[in-house]
Design a protein around this ligand. Structure first.
Ligand code: PBE
Length: 267
């Protein structure tokens, strides 16, 4: 049948991204958990390579199965769908949270308050990511701040300015987190902070904050994507709650493919 052809045409391969991504771990788990994925390969490389492979397949209207997530421009650029995940390996709706090192509240109460207040919508993040297709993330973030000064004013309301204190934020190397980190950087700089952004793997985000080597991060995706790292370090960092809700991860295919569920992929 057609789904058997799909499996053969994609050579029983899921086109993945960087091995350190939470979605890569989740996909290894999916290959383990779904009996129909026995014998499938999860090929990890990079986000750029995955997007190139996806674009090439769509140009030829060939099947492809990738690891995908939202917010991401892939859904605006192409007609795509998430495969249903009856085993719930990829979770349902994800939120992005803010975490801080122990003691940040006492050491830098002004920054702590701003980071605690930082909350925006997927549309906000998407607009920064879209602009960043044509300009640097710094510029795209500045544009969002200029256009949304009322939102920023809510985050900084009643917070006293500081005089050049240094703060380090860690982020993961995807566009979603480049957006939030660059916006946070500008807002903290407006307040008088000297801000360093350090991109690292998701595991290192939690390690650095737990060890007190970095001050805060707006990068963790919960509960499915980075839940294992969160649990490993629980109690060694402070959870400031969500900064965005309505994110998602999963297996993604072009809409023209005649399957709906991970279970439709044949062994
Ligand atoms: N992502 C985007 C990351 C987090 C942000 C879903 C590719 C991951 O760790 O899987």
């Amino acid at each position: 049948d057609s789904s058997a052809n799909i499996s053969e045409e994609v050579e029983h391969t899921i086109t993945g991204i960087e091995p350190g991504a939470g979605i890569a771990q989740a996909t290894d788990n999916a290959v383990e958990e779904y009996e129909n994925l026995a014998g499938w390969e999860h090929e990890k490389s990079s986000t750029a390579a995955m997007l190139t492979a996806l674009g090439d397949a769509i140009d030829k209207e060939e099947p492809i199965v990738v690891t995908g997530w939202s917010p991401h421009y892939m859904f605006a650029k192409w007609d795509l769908k998430y495969l249903e995940d009856p085993n719930g390996v990829y979770g349902d709706v994800e939120k992005i949270i803010t975490i801080a090192r122990q003691g940040l509240k006492e050491d830098m109460p002004e920054a702590y308050t701003i980071l605690d207040n930082f909350h925006w919508e997927p549309e906000d993040m998407e607009s920064v990511m879209l602009d960043a297709q044509e300009m640097e993330f710094e510029e795209a973030a500045q544009k969002w701040v200029d256009d949304n000064q009322d939102v920023v004013d809510e985050w900084t309301e009643g917070v006293e300015p500081v005089d050049g204190k240094s703060i380090e934020l860690v982020l993961t190397p995807w566009d979603t987190e480049r957006s939030s980190a660059n916006v946070a950087k500008i807002v903290l700089e407006q307040q008088g902070y000297d801000v360093t952004l350090t991109p690292v793997d998701p595991s290192v985000v939690f390690e650095a904050i737990a060890a007190g080597d970095a001050d805060a991060s707006l990068a963790p995706w919960m509960p499915a994507t980075h839940g294992a790292f969160y649990e490993k370090h629980e109690g060694e960092f402070e959870d400031l709650g969500e900064n965005l809700s309505g994110a998602k991860i999963g297996l993604v295919v072009p809409s023209y493919m005649d399957i709906d569920s991970i279970e439709d992929l044949e062994p």
